[in-house]
Design a protein around this ligand. Structure first.
Ligand SMILES: NC(=O)c1ccc[n+]([C@@H]2O[C@H](COP(=O)([O-])OP(=O)(O)OC[C@H]3O[C@@H](n4cnc5c(N)ncnc54)[C@H](O)[C@@H]3O)[C@@H](O)[C@H]2O)c1
Length: 254
């Protein structure tokens, strides 16, 4: 029996085959969940969902801009119609605009916060409402970052949004604990996805040096994060809420 057998999950930003959302959706499906996977890139999400179905598991792709409350409402109406409940939400969609403070524009700041923080509020509010209505608890997993815990240069907007995700998750955990609805934040370090391609391209020497400075001396893999998300999604973590789970090869322990 799979670790998520019978559970209904929603993973946002799951349309990049190399990304953390896709790895999480695939892992959840392997463990028996029905996965709604969404992305602003519908073709990408369809590709990930088809691969999951080809393996005999259950997934459905939806177009979804996480900054649009209308898109969230449409999606939740589809989930209500399709399954009538939701057990797991992973707020994973995100972008990184990495600029030193002198170069950061107000538009950069706003876009970063819209996609990485406002979206987490929109999704969590709707998931909590549905989980409350159906009873039986639930698990909300919000992707923060090591940059939401410590100061990382060029991450003023990114870090502010991810720090917001961390505290927001703790507040939701407190508001919902008695109902069995858990909410935790996950804090990846440097994980090998498209998000890191830009940083590597823009600063190849500095990038190598940063990776060499990670205590485990390597970047993480999407599977490292998918496995953490799986643990938090499953009943194995049933006494964990309001926690910040760090997956960074020791980077923030220094
Ligand atoms: N990769 C890392 O090193 C790392 C480190 C710390 C935190 N994270 C966080 O993990 C999450 C996933 O990162 P990733 O590395 O897989 O990124 P990624 O760029 O590979 O994937 C992000 C996905 O989000 C989607 N997306 C972007 N804007 C969207 C929107 N408005 N609506 C819906 N979908 C949208 C993209 O289309 C893409 O498929 C992000 O929240 C990121 O901040 C990543």
């Amino acid at each position: 029996m799979g670790r998520l057998e019978g559970k209904i999950a929603l993973v946002t930003g799951a349309g990049n085959a190399r990304g953390l959302g896709a790895a999480t959706a695939e892992r959840f499906a392997q463990e028996g969940a029905f996965v709604y996977l969404t992305d602003i890139d519908l073709a990408g999400a369809e590709g990930v969902a088809s691969k999951i179905r080809e393996n005999g598991d259950m997934a459905e792709a939806h177009a979804h801009d996480v900054t649009s409350e209308g898109d969230w409402d449409t999606l939740f109406a589809q989930i209500r119609k399709g399954h009538g409940r939701l057990d797991i939400l992973v707020n994973n969609a995100g972008i990184a605009i990495l600029k030193p403070i002198a170069d950061l524009t107000a538009a950069d700041w706003e876009r970063q916060n819209r996609i990485n923080l406002d979206s987490v509020f929109y999704g969590t509010q709707r998931a909590v409402a549905l989980m409350r209505q159906t009873g039986g608890g639930g698990s909300i997993i919000n992707l923060s970052s090591m940059a939401g815990l410590v100061g990382v240069p060029a991450c003023a907007a990114y870090g502010a949004a991810k720090g917001g995700v961390r505290t927001f998750s703790k507040v939701i955990a407190m508001e919902c604990a008695a109902e069995g609805i858990r909410c935790n934040s996950v804090h990846p370090g440097m994980i090998e996805t498209a998000m890191q391609d830009v940083a590597r391209r823009d600063n190849p020497d500095g990038f190598k040096e940063i990776v060499a400075g990670i205590p485990m001396q390597r970047m993480g893999t999407p599977a490292d994060i998918a496995n953490m998300n799986l643990f938090l999604a499953s009943d194995e973590s049933s006494y964990i809420t309001g926690a910040e789970l760090v997956v960074d090869g020791g980077a923030t322990a220094m």
